[in-house]
Design a protein. Structure first.
Length: 317
């Protein structure tokens, strides 16, 4: 069972030029048969840039309300590092959080090369050229216990999913209380505003690699921290410490480095369980046209940018 990321074919660079050199208000985000959905090409203003760990920054950008309302956990934005053709390709960045009430988008960016370095070099007030939201999403049942298995900056989409579950539970509770008041029934039966238990298993090489910890602390969230060197939380791999929580009742969500996701996939298979895996890969166009991010699966070659990044575990070998 191996999640394998293959290198981009040479022709990808030429095929991905069209959507981004031509000035458009929107570009295709998914091409499947004869169905083409459209996502927006946006100019987003950077509000804040915060260094969270060595080589990791949290960017907060203004996001139009209609776009914010359309975002879902697991999706990403394709960011142009500079307003030029160098570097040529956009960088896919997972959504870390969206707050429609304030019109804000959070992107967690790890510097791994020149493109991501340029993305994090922008200052408040700068404008970033972005396409999104793109890709598939997590499907979560707020009534079921959840287990998140995150490694490194794979924490971003799972943090967003966790916050979404908490906010949904709070919104449902408020609606139930309002209905109880309107009907004159006992509002105590409407619930506490807490989602089903969430176990958030988060692994890093060292304690310095952890980010968003304070934001993850919530009464509904059991935070399980692990580091490879034992400098923070339990010593070992995150999958080892996530194993006791993988029960038939739980829904499981995974994002992180390929070796970690392979280990998590092995745990799920050994227990006869299924989960949802958020894949990572280098991308060309980000909208499914260039075929530059394809990976093998039980369904044939799939495009991480539009068939994913979130896929069912049963798709993977």
């Amino acid at each position: 069972m191996r999640i394998r990321m293959r290198s981009r074919p040479k022709y990808a660079v030429f095929m991905c030029l069209v959507p981004f050199v031509v000035e458009e208000k929107s570009v295709p985000s998914r091409v499947k048969g004869n169905i083409v959905s459209v996502k927006q090409k946006l100019q987003l203003t950077l509000k804040r840039s915060q260094a969270l760990a060595p080589g990791v920054a949290l960017l907060t950008l203004d996001l139009p309300g209609d776009v914010a309302a359309a975002c879902r956990p697991g999706q990403f934005f394709n960011i142009q590092p500079l307003p030029s053709t160098a570097p040529l390709l956009r960088r896919p960045i997972s959504i870390c959080d969206v707050r429609p009430d304030t019109g804000e988008l959070d992107l967690l960016v790890q510097v791994v090369g020149e493109g991501t370095r340029l993305v994090t070099s922008h200052q408040p007030g700068d404008t970033l050229d972005a396409v999104g939201p793109l890709g598939s999403t997590f499907t979560a049942d707020p009534a079921r216990p959840s287990v998140m298995i995150a490694g490194g900056v794979g924490v971003a989409p799972l943090y967003y999913l966790t916050q979404s579950l908490i906010r949904q539970a709070e919104a449902d509770s408020r609606a139930s209380e309002a209905a109880s008041r309107a009907s004159g029934t006992d509002s105590r039966a409407s619930g506490t505003g807490a989602p089903a238990p969430i176990t958030f298993c988060y692994g890093a090489r060292t304690a310095a690699g952890f980010v968003l910890l304070e934001k993850l602390r919530h009464p509904s969230v059991r935070l399980v921290l692990t580091t490879e060197d034992g400098s923070g939380g339990a010593k070992g791999y995150v999958t080892e410490h996530a194993a006791p929580f993988l029960t038939p009742e739980a829904q499981v969500f995974v994002c992180g480095p390929a070796p970690m996701m392979n280990a998590a996939l092995g745990l799920l298979r050994a227990r006869g369980l299924e989960g949802q895996i958020s894949l990572e890969n280098r991308m060309g166009c980000g909208v499914g046209a260039c075929q530059g991010c394809v990976v093998p699966s039980r369904r044939g070659m799939i495009r991480v940018c539009c068939d994913g990044p979130v896929v069912p575990s049963e798709w993977l070998d």
